[in-house]
Design a protein around this ligand. Sequence first.
Ligand code: XMP
Length: 512
Amino acid sequence: TVLIIDFGSQVTQLIARRVRESGVYSEIVPFTDAEDAVTRMKPSAIILSGGPASTHEAGTPRAPEAVFSAGVPVLGICYGQQTMVAQMGGAVSGSDHREFGRAEIMLRKPSPLFEGLGDPGSSLQVWMSHGDRVDSLPPGFEVIASTPGAPFAAIADESRQLYGVQFHPEVVHTPQGAAMLRNFTHEIAGCKGGWTMARFRDTAIERIREQVGDGRVVCGLSGGVDSAVTAVLIHEAIGEQLTCIFVDHGLLRAGEAEQVVTLFRDSYNIPLVHAEAAPQFLAALEGVSDPEQKRKIIGGLFIDVFEAEAKRIGGADFLAQGTLYPDVIESVSFTGGPSVTIKSHHNVGGLPERMNMKLLEPLRELFKDEVRELGRELGLPDGFLRRHPFPGPGLAIRIPGAVTPDKLEILRKADRIYLEEIEKAGLYDDIWQAFAVLLPVRTVGVMGDARSYDYVCALRAVTSTDGMTADYFPFSHDFLGRAATRIINEVRGINRVVYDVTSKPPGTIEWE
Ligand code: XMP
């Protein structure tokens, strides 16, 4: 295991992903828990992340002594490098010369960190983002690479296997960064790289068997990838001790509910309760137009229906959830107070306590792309695994204003055409999420010789890596024209189509 100590950088998760991609398991721990983690995990290498603090200010975070006395290789990145230098007797200063963006480092000395990447005298492109910089090195260290603005761009004490880089090897803008991290874990720390999804699957299955014993498990299916992979994995581990509950709130896309039911009942033979609760949800949503109100109603009713179905099948000891690693990592925050709720996300929060169930979360160590890989390993169809994320409250938050059956019908048709066109153009996999929104606005149009007065449909498509930030997708005008024409011609009730060109921030991906 490689232990990554988080000092609050925006990109700490990327370090973990790069390390795992090289076949080495890694875990992120906030600096406050680092001491315990070193003892508990006995890591074969330690990486100190970047962070927003400044080492020459009092009270800023430090790496615990245990990191340097563990006798394993340590790599400090950006703030991690600075605190290592400061803690070992070197000096760091705040410089006026901030450095952001692309830079070229020149290799100065042969080092296993740069194995296979070039000889001394050659240069490599890297991504810099820092204000402070190292001024003088602790005893035993030497410079292994530099830039004109950063004479200590990469430093090493080869005898103690301590390394520091001022740039960020974990981001894609450092093209050889993954190779450097691989050199660190494989060449320097001697990790073997046998961490694969096939191995993960086997150990996960064993752990589930151990944890569950002969208990009973319920798993809520949403139609999404995470809950599907969770269910199939658990089914492999404990078979019929698992029952899936699919609360069909009637707010799914065209054809989705059928797909879920067929996949689980017919292909996997997993016991599945299909709770067809659309009328209940629609009745509860009638006349409600406030977005938060809608979310709360759907979330609450979802739990009620789920609980009733779980009781009907005789209850369970465990509730399985498709929680992923990004939801688990305790992010290091320097702002103190709780962060603002932008939208209340819908999940089955509160249910385990209410029903006295324990939680079973077999994916809590995985990133999204790793979940897809595990799904492939478990034989889930590719068409299912590459699906775009879909929000729990479903189409209800894509119909601003009150939700009605008619509007749901109109939106489903428009959305289906839009996605068909995206698939036809071969763009589906380039897009993080694409969907139609039905606006509560009617405009005048002319169709044939008659006046029309119908709804506006907004199309949304974004690129993103984690849903936290996003850019609108740059469709060609040709594509947009084609999609708009088809929607207006084929969907009664829509006579105008617009494209949303807002990025996130300041917009959010969904409209509500
Ligand atoms: P926003 O709209 O906040 O969305 O930019 C970010 C990502 O989260 C999804 N989303 C949800 N997912 N329950 C979910 O499971 C929700 O209540 C919810 N709201 C938004 C959204 O589709 C996007 O992928």
